[in-house]
Design a protein around this ligand. Structure first.
Ligand SMILES: CCCCCCCCCCCCCCCCCCCCCCCCCCCC(=O)SCCNC(=O)CCNC(=O)[C@H](O)C(C)(C)COP(=O)(O)OP(=O)(O)OC[C@H]1O[C@@H](n2cnc3c(N)ncnc32)[C@H](O)[C@@H]1OP(=O)(O)O
Ligand code: NDP
Length: 515
């Protein structure tokens, strides 16, 4: 019997960010392994004309939850959606709901965040820092609370090369930043943002670092732990391989490469690609929840959920495997044949961006205009280039994350718990994982049918022929222009033509003699 699964039985669990990528996988695993849990409270904001209930039921009715319905048929009754907006005071939670949360919650998993790299500092501070502070305040009023688990990111201190499982101080106290956001106007915040974030690459990593300091400073007597996952990718094993439902991290770029938009990317092939599957993160999170509640460590423990130091894979290997998978499992209606490459310096990056990204987009938009359609490729390409510029920082560096606490926890688990809540990335076969990731992107993100693969392959063959034709035509045009302008080119051309003619005449004469 799994001790961790038994621990969550009968518990009331509060999850923020349950509608996000990680939150869904977390809920799924909780329901599947501890179907006797009492209730999961999820803080949800209404969106796009959907009620809270509709949002939650849509998640429960998705493929991700198919196995859950077998082991926990009354899952709909065990989930309680609470209307909340983490940007508002007291999260805009009603008095009755707040009372229920405060008096019943046993465990809190705080996953909600803005993960955008380019978010305005005010918004990023509000969600990643102030909301964390408010949630801690709420947690301190929960008499039955056993553990508070905060999800941060392994990149919260990415200005360092070696990162330990400790909370590092920030140059400016979070409280001061929170206060200043209240009275500074947007223009001034824009101006001081680069100075405030210093050597952090963006507002996301900066505010996640502030969030950790808040957790440490304002956790009081709560049992708290911080988990730092690296780049969260599709699921490895559970509930099935390759599940992914948003474009963050590598997923959007896998689509761009598979559809033929992405042709070159500035990356260091030997840099470590520190990906971590979503189900590994969730298994560690649940194990940490159990350990923190049962063993009550004296200080706030930080757990790195990374792959680089235990089972490293680099961007070169990952890129090649992604491309190899496209050969077997192509995406439908590609714009060009998938054929991306890495560039390593500014000049080649600018060159390939102009030749392989902007020029084809302009030509295609010209074609769309000619055929009376609305041009869209240049806009899409600009968005892709913007995304590339945002992720460049992370794919041209390597970091070392120590994993003492994570390894300590692994050895503290029973063999059964190590199996059911496996977070040992040494067992991960990268080539298999990446293939399943690409397949998952095709099935769950692009919603493409596997039956369409032969047609997709045909389409790629047609694109290859168009590519050859286009290149030949381009060559001939360039050559014709050159001949018209240069005597040397004309001489070379006549030499080649007369050589071919002589060769053919000789070949014809010798074959007549042989006959
Ligand atoms: C040896 C030689 C070998 C040669 C090999 C050849 C190599 C071939 C390579 C081919 C394969 C490539 C695959 C591997 C590439 C690896 C790259 C991986 C990069 C990963 C780096 C991540 C680092 C993470 C560090 C921190 C981790 C975390 O803690 S947080 C989680 C990560 N967070 C994010 O990823 C968020 C990033 N997103 C943003 O910040 C913003 O969305 C944006 C700035 C990217 C875009 O903002 P914008 O306002 O322009 O757009 P938005 O309003 O958000 O959306 C508009 C439309 O664009 C779509 N969208 C959104 N995000 C993405 C995306 N990431 N990619 C593509 N498209 C995206 C969105 O859905 C919208 O679409 P519409 O609704 O249709 O308008
Ligand atoms: N994905 C990754 O690569 C990594 C993620 N992390 C961390 O993991 C956690 C989860 O990330 P992930 O699941 O990928 O992120 P997502 O963007 O998929 O999910 C974010 C969640 O936060 C919720 N949220 C955002 N704003 C509000 C708000 N104002 N009120 C209420 N809820 C809100 C979203 O709700 P809604 O659906 O309404 O938008 C959503 O449920 C984050 O803390 C992130 O920093 C760490 C390392 C890597």
């Amino acid at each position: 019997m799994s001790m961790i699964a038994a621990f969550y039985g009968g518990k009331s669990i509060l999850i923020t960010g349950a509608t996000g990528f990680l939150g869904k996988v977390l809920m799924e695993k909780l329901f599947r392994t501890s179907p006797d849990l009492k209730v999961i409270y999820v803080l949800v904001r209404p969106k796009q004309g959907q009620t809270l209930q509709q949002r939650v039921f849509q998640i429960l009715d998705s493929k991700l939850f198919e196995k859950v319905k077998e082991v926990c048929p009354n899952v709909h009754e065990k989930i309680r959606a609470i209307s909340a907006d983490l940007n508002q005071n007291d999260f805009a939670i009603s008095k009755e709901d707040m009372q229920e949360l405060l008096s019943h919650t046993n465990i809190v998993f705080h996953c909600a965040a803005t993960v955008r790299f380019d978010d305005h500092l005010r918004h990023a501070v509000q969600l990643n820092v102030t909301a964390t502070q408010q949630l801690l305040l709420m947690a301190s009023q929960m008499p039955k609370l056993e553990a508070f688990i905060h999800i941060s990111t392994a990149f919260s201190n990415c200005n360092l090369k070696h990162i330990d499982e400790v909370v590092y101080p920030c140059p400016v106290e979070p409280k001061k930043i929170i206060d200043s956001m209240e009275w500074l106007d947007d223009a001034i915040i824009d101006e001081i943002t680069p100075k405030l974030i210093g050597d952090q690459p963006n507002t996301y990593t900066y505010t996640k670092a502030l969030g950790e300091v808040v957790v440490q400073q304002e956790g009081g007597n709560l049992n708290i732990a911080i988990i730092r996952p690296s780049i969260v990718g599709a699921t490895w094993q559970e509930p099935f391989p390759g599940w992914v439902d948003n474009l963050n991290g590598p997923s959007g770029l896998i689509i761009a490469a598979g559809k033929g938009f992405l042709r070159s990317i500035r990356a260091t092939p030997m840099a470590v690609a520190d990906l971590i599957p979503a189900d590994t993160v969730v298994n560690l999170t649940l194990a940490v929840g159990w350990y923190t509640a049962v063993h009550r460590p004296k200080s706030t423990l930080v757990y790195h959920c990374t792959s680089g130091n235990l089972n490293p894979c680099n961007w070169g290997k990952m890129g090649l495997q992604v491309l190899a998978t496209f050969e077997k499992i192509p995406f439908e209606r590609a714009f060009r044949r998938p054929n991306a490459d890495f560039t390593t310096n500014n000049i080649t990056t600018h060159y390939w961006n102009a030749v392989s990204h902007r020029a084809p987009a302009i030509i295609y938009d010209f074609y769309l205009r000619l055929t009376g359609r609305k041009p869209r490729m240049t806009k899409l390409m600009n968005r892709l280039l913007r995304t590339l510029s945002m992720v460049e920082y992370f794919i041209n560096r390597s970091w070392e994350w120590s994993t003492y606490n994570t390894e300590m926890l692994m050895s503290a688990l029973s063999p059964e718990d190590q199996r059911v809540f496996n977070f040992d990335v040494r067992q991960l076969n990268w080539l298999e994982y990446i293939e399943n990731y690409v397949l998952g992107v095709k099935k769950y993100l692009l919603k493409e049918d596997m039956a369409g693969i032969p047609e997709a392959k045909q389409h790629l063959k047609r694109l290859r022929n168009i590519h050859y034709l286009f290149n030949t035509a381009l060559f001939l045009i360039a050559w014709r222009l050159l001949i018209a302008r240069s005597q040397v080119a004309r001489n070379v051309w006549f030499f080649i033509v007369s050589f071919c003619y002589k060769f053919l005449s000789y070949f014809r004469a010798s074959s007549t003699l042989n006959a």
